[in-house]
Design a protein around this ligand. Structure first.
Ligand SMILES: Cc1cc2nc3c(=O)[nH]c(=O)nc-3n(C[C@H](O)[C@H](O)[C@H](O)COP(=O)(O)OP(=O)(O)OC[C@H]3O[C@@H](n4cnc5c(N)ncnc54)[C@H](O)[C@@H]3O)c2cc1C
Length: 427
């Protein structure tokens, strides 16, 4: 498979001199259309049937089911869409990835089946960019092969996770080792991980507060890493651990990136990882809208179908408009990442918008379903509970709003126009 199989041709801004007509081509290359269709078929014919047949509470059934999906995904070349070919991946750019992720997320285990699930996906990007060759062989390789899982340990209960410069988990140097003490929580899949990327404070008086932290790769399990509980959340106990770290010793060679670069590494990780979440959320929003329309076409009340009532049509229209915006924003942010342009602003606005649109669309779908939507007979209740975290994790709504306002004001001060802060688009 070629390294880059095709992309939305957003870059082909062609000006026809005679008509002054500006064309933007949103069509997919045949190669990319083939990958999208293949992913869709794989989800429908392999993942969904296994998912529907298995009892997730039975660990053996769960593991067997995932192995079956993954074996077939590898056989079909639908494996690691986000990784370069030399690491066994499909070598897709972010625009292309958006198609594959959105298709994969139509099933709960879809991203898992193609080995593109959080937080491993973000950790793979991080290791690819920051790890030494030895670290890549030891940690990235098994992740890519699907024989290991990993976690990312940043958030702490005592300080605002939104501001990682406040991290208190502390590491001090003792010869060629570091000694770590601290407290983390909401560390997803910690119990099934072979290693953690752990952020700690290593610098007491950094020149700037963003240079206080460093990252370490911690082999798990290990002395001093105490997984005290899995936190029960509003959508059940889903593998987010609270960790008490006591005199954990780690060799200096386990540092990931340079000393004081932990904050930078976290920010680097979050850009593409935030967008990957948005790609998956689009699928969930689309499913909720499909269900909303289907229900409205089948439910009859006060003399007509729900679909014929203006109040319901407005909910459908609002949702369709928001989903359209969400897709365009994701594609444009992905396009900026692919072109190595500064994407911070676009990813931030996109994450904020898609997270909120997702919550609103699922909520409307529940409304149209009435009691059925509130029940667990449809996936909507589970989707609603799951979607709520999107508005504060990976950057809370308010932080993205704050940064967006800062960038907009700065753009105006710099150039007398806010244009650069609204995607820099040529309109
Ligand atoms: C399902 C799930 C999985 C997670 N997985 C992981 C994981 O694997 N690893 C990990 O390290 N963490 C993980 N987290 C934690 C997540 O990263 C944090 O919840 C997030 O960073 C927010 O931090 P916090 O919860 O401490 O909230 P806080 O930082 O305390 O913020 C709470 C609220 O305060 C407001 N706020 C904060 N700062 C500002 C500001 N500057 N201006 C205005 N308002 C503000 C916002 O409304 C925000 O929602 C996970 C969380 C969830 C729910």
């Amino acid at each position: 498979m070629p390294a880059v199989v095709g992309t939305l041709r957003l870059h082909e801004w062609a000006i026809d001199r005679d008509t002054a007509f500006m064309a933007i081509d949103f069509s997919l290359s045949p190669e990319l259309e083939a990958i999208r269709t293949k992913t869709r078929d794989f989800i429908q014919t392999v993942v969904k049937p296994i998912e529907d047949a298995m009892d997730e509470s039975d660990r053996k059934q769960l593991i067997d089911g995932i192995i079956k999906m993954r074996t077939e995904a590898q056989r079909q070349g639908l494996w690691l869409p986000h990784m370069p070919e030399e690491w066994g991946g499909m070598g897709l750019g972010h625009v292309e990835l958006a198609m594959v992720q959105a298709e994969a997320a139509k099933a709960r285990f879809g991203p898992f089946a193609i080995n593109a699930q959080a937080p491993d996906e973000g950790n793979m990007h991080t290791l690819l960019h920051w790890a030494t060759e030895d670290q890549k062989q030891k940690y990235l390789k098994p992740l890519c092969e699907g024989t290991a899982r990993s976690c990312f340990a940043m958030t702490e209960p005592e300080v605002a996770g939104s501001d990682p410069t406040l991290i208190r988990t502390n590491a001090y140097q003792d010869g060629d080792e570091w000694v770590i003490n601290g407290h983390k929580w909401f560390i997803s899949q910690a119990r099934s991980s072979k290693f953690a990327i752990l952020l700690c404070r290593t610098e007491e008086q950094p020149e700037i507060k963003q240079a206080a932290n460093s990252a370490f790769i911690i082999d798990l399990p290990t002395d001093g890493w105490n997984d005290v509980r899995e936190i029960e959340t509003m959508h059940g106990g889903t593998g987010h651990s609270e960790i008490v770290i006591t005199d954990l010793r780690v060799h200096d060679s386990q540092m990931l990136g340079g000393r004081g670069q932990g904050h930078l590494l976290g920010q680097y990780r979050l850009g593409p990882a935030r967008l990957a979440h948005c790609m998956r959320w689009i699928s969930q929003a689309e499913l909720a809208l499909d269900m909303m329309v289907d229900r409205s076409l089948n439910r009859y009340s006060h003399g007509s179908l729900l679909a014929e009532k203006q109040g319901i049509q407005w909910m459908i229209a609002d949702s369709a408009i928001e989903l359209y915006q969400a897709k365009l924003m994701v594609l444009h942010a992905a396009y900026k990442i692919d072109r190595k342009e500064d994407f911070k602003s676009e990813v931030s606005m996109t994450k904020h918008f898609v997270a909120n649109a997702l919550n609103r669309i699922i909520d409307r779908s529940i409304q149209v379903h009435g009691a059925l939507g509130y029940s667990t007979d449809t996936p909507l209740a589970h989707m609603f509970q799951h979607a709520r975290w999107a508005r504060f994790a990976d950057g809370a709504d308010e932080i993205h709003m704050m940064r967006t306002a800062e960038r907009t004001i700065a753009a105006y001060k710099d150039s007398g126009s806010t244009q650069a802060a609204t995607g820099g688009l040529p309109i």
